[in-house]
Structure formats: structure tokens, C-alpha cells
Design a protein around this ligand. Structure first.
Ligand code: GDP
Ligand code: MN
Length: 386
């Protein structure tokens, strides 16, 4: 799960990360008032969407008066921002964050990510911030420092000092920098984050070291431990189909192809997507009905797949283990009838009661094709939508 910049800053401040004063707003009037409340000569109006790259897309504006703040807000609220992280559809701005402006001396990059190969969180730091870290990783990988965080002991003091040095910080700034890094790591560990990124971390003209931007993502499986984080969930930022799927305990992830896939188990889902690609097709999603799905879940899964207007055909690839193939077949038949399915449908079942399952499908009088192997199934659906 992701949260907004202003929410991340609220959380990080509790762990001792220095952030600017700011006020979240939803209307231009509130933004006007917020400028006066901050009482600074310079403020920044920032679009709150769950994506970076807002600055380049016009979603971060410096303002010098309450009136200017209001007119920037009027322009931004309701606007669809397209950044390099939003995809071509962009995101509609519904919230703004008005923050006291800073005079920036240097922009640095700092992040903590869960690194599976290191089996621990890793701190990533670069003296060149504000820019795309991906570009820097390509052009000058040596400019990026990596420090593995011990999963039990946490970040060691010497690591904090080394990171501050890599960032080019000296004296009191190095101390402040090392403290910021330590606070960020603490927040990351305590809140079960998968990412905590500060880009840019800045040194101001006055010599202050602080977080100018903040992005946090959380491990959804640990959210039950963090009700304070869960409150920050913004359904506006999530795919409605994914929200609907969660209600029925289905795992759904939207992709950008056109073949809807109903599968059970993440491994089988991955294999199915691979074989579709291999046959020249492209999956529209990843829908995992789980090991023990019932007929109702299969029906709901179908409805979710069909609500995606990019879907041109459906592939059901299910292994009947806990869930028997005849139950799945009944679910598929009921769902196809209930939704008046007119798109091509290919069903491949394997496992317990597979013969009975295939028989039910063949006799259902529906316009569907069955397949015995995954290869055959993928080939058939790719051909059917061509
Ligand atoms: P992002 O583009 O979505 O990552 O948004 P950021 O919060 O990182 O802001 C983008 C850029 O706007 C930063 O890299 C800064 O260069 C600039 N910016 C943001 N806040 C301030 C500020 O208070 N003062 C100045 N001078 N520039 C700012
Ligand atoms: Mn940023």
C-alpha cells in the first residue's frame, strides 16, 4: 500500500526525520488560508497523488502570496497529472499540500528498500538527488552507495557516518545527515515498509538538512499491525477492480494487455502469463482466486475480469486440488450465464474430478473452448482474439 507525501512526512516526523511545516488542503480557499497560516514569504503547493515525477509534470509550484497560492490551487485541483510514474492515464489531483518553501543549496537522494537478495533492508544514498535514481544507476552506478541494514541490530552508527560522508556532508551537517538516515531506517523497520524514499533530501542555504519529499510503501500483509497507517489508505488512488477483488478475498492486479486470466495460485498465475506472452498474447491482469475458492468467488472473479474494458478474451487455467474441477466448472458456467458472456473463453482444468469438470463444460451449451495443456489453452485464446 502507498500513502501520500504529506502522510509520509507526518509519520517520519514522529521518528525524528526533519520535515518542513505544511498543511494538507482539498480546496483553493484552504490553500489561500494555508499560505497565510504558514506565514512564510515562500511556500510550495504540491499535488498529492501516489506517484513521483510531479515536479516535471507541473504538480509542484512555488508561490509567493496567498493569491498566487489560490490560483495555483484552482489550476491543480481536478487536473489529471501525467508523470513518468502514473502511466498514460495519469491521476486526478484531489488533495494538495502547502508547505513552507526552502532555499535549496544541494539535493541528495536517500532511500531504504527491502532487498530480497540481501535478505534485509538496504539504504541507498547518492549525492545527486532530485534526479531519477534509475538514470544515475545506469550512467554512474558507483555514485550510489548501498548499505545493508542488519535485520535485528538495525543500522550501525558507522554506517550512518559512512552514508553522510558519501552524501558529501561535513561537520554538523554530517551529524544531522547520519541522524536523519537512522530515523528513516527506524521508521522503515517499525512500520513494516517496503520502501521509504526521500528524494530529494536537501541541504538548505541556512545549512539545515531535511526531507523535502517523502514516499512510503508498506507491506500489505503487515498492515494489520499498523492501524495508524491503514487510516491513510486512499481508495481514490487504487484500481476499483483491485478494491472489489479484495472484498472477495481475490488477488487481482491490473496489467495492460487484453487477455483476462483467472488462475489459482501465484505460481500458476505467473506461468500462465509467461505462456500467454510466449504465444504472442498479452495478459490484461493477474487474477488469483486462491486455493480454496468457491463458486461465488469464481462468479465474482468473472465479473471483475469482464468489467475491464481492455479484456477481449478470457483464459481460465485452474488446478483442482482443494477446489475440485467440477466445482470450478459449475462456477464458470454459472458466471458465464449470469454475465451473458459474449467474449471468447478458453478453459483449461487439471486435477481432481477433471473428467467431470470437462464434461460439465462441454454439455453446458456455452460458446467456450476447453484445452488439456497450458500450451494449447494459451494458443487457443491468443488465436480467438486475433
Ligand atoms: P516530485 O517531482 O514528485 O518528486 O516532487 P518533489 O517534492 O521531489 O519536488 C520536485 C522538485 O521541486 C524538487 O526536486 C525541488 O527542486 C523543487 N522544490 C520542491 N520544494 C521546494 C522548495 O521548498 N523550494 C525550492 N526552491 N524548490 C522546491
Ligand atoms: Mn521527489
Amino acid at each position: 500500500m502507498n500513502i501520500h507525501e504529506y502522510q509520509a512526512k507526518q509519520l517520519l516526523a514522529k521518528f525524528g526525520v526533519p520535515v518542513g511545516k505544511g498543511i494538507p488542503c482539498t480546496t483553493a480557499d484552504e490553500v489561500h488560508k494555508a499560505f497565510d497560516t504558514l506565514g512564510e514569504p515562500l511556500a510550495v503547493v504540491k499535488a498529492q497523488i501516489h506517484a513521483g515525477g510531479r515536479g516535471k509534470a507541473g504538480g509542484v509550484k512555488l508561490v509567493r502570496s496567498a493569491d498566487e497560492a489560490r490560483s495555483v490551487a484552482e489550476e491543480l485541483i481536478g487536473k489529471t497529472l501525467v508523470t513518468h510514474q502514473t502511466g498514460p492515464d495519469g491521476r486526478v489531483v484531489k488533495q494538495l499540500y502547502v508547505e513552507a518553501g526552502c532555499d535549496i543549496e544541494r539535493e541528495l537522494y536517500l532511500a531504504v528498500v527491502m532487498d530480497r537478495s540481501a535478505q534485509a533492508p538496504v539504504v541507498i544514498a547518492a549525492a545527486e538527488g532530485g534526479v531519477d535514481i534509475e538514470e544515475l544507476a545506469d550512467s554512474r552506478p558507483e555514485a550510489i552507495a548501498h548499505h545493508r541494514v542488519h535485520p535485528v541490530k538495525g543500522l550501525q552508527a558507522f554506517q550512518g557516518r559512512a552514508i553522510a560522508k558519501h552524501l558529501g556532508l561535513r561537520g554538523a551537517q554530517a551529524k544531522a545527515g547520519a541522524k536523519l538516515v537512522a530515523s528513516l531506517v527506524k521508521a522503515f523497520m517499525a512500520l513494516d515498509c517496503s520502501l521509504a524514499e526521500i528524494n530529494p533530501m536537501i541541504v538548505t542555504k541556512g545549512g539545515e538538512v531535511k526531507a523535502l519529499d517523502a514516499k512510503m510503501s508498506f507491506d500489505s500483509n503487515a498492515l494489520f499491525r499498523h492501524p495508524e497507517v491503514m487510516e491513510f489508505r486512499d481508495l481514490n488512488e487504487e484500481d476499483p477492480k483491485e478494491i472489489e477483488a479484495k472484498k472477495f478475498d481475490l488477488s487481482y492486479i491490473a496489467l495492460d494487455g487484453n487477455i483476462g486470466c483467472m488462475v489459482n495460485g501465484a505460481g500458476l498465475a505467473m506461468a500462465t502469463m509467461d505462456v500467454i506472452q510466449l504465444k504472442g498474447g498479452s495478459p490484461a491482469n493477474f487474477l488469483d482466486v486462491g486455493g480454496g475458492a468457491n463458486r461465488e468467488q469464481v462468479t465474482n472473479a468473472f465479473k471483475i475480469l469482464l468489467s475491464d474494458k481492455n479484456v477481449k478474451g478470457l483464459l481460465v487455467n485452474i488446478f483442482g486440488g482443494i477446489m475440485k474441477c467440477d466445482t470450478i466448472a459449475e462456477g464458470v458456467i454459472a458466471a458465464a450465464k449470469e454475465t451473458g458472456l459474449s467474449l471468447p473463453l478458453v478453459v483449461r482444468l487439471e486435477g481432481t474430478n477433471v473428467e467431470l469438470g470437462r464434461k460439465l463444460l462441454d454439455e453446458a451449451g456455452l460458446n467456450l473452448q476447453t484445452a488439456v495443456s497450458l500450451d494449447e489453452a494459451a494458443e487457443k485464446i491468443v488465436k480467438a482474439i486475433a
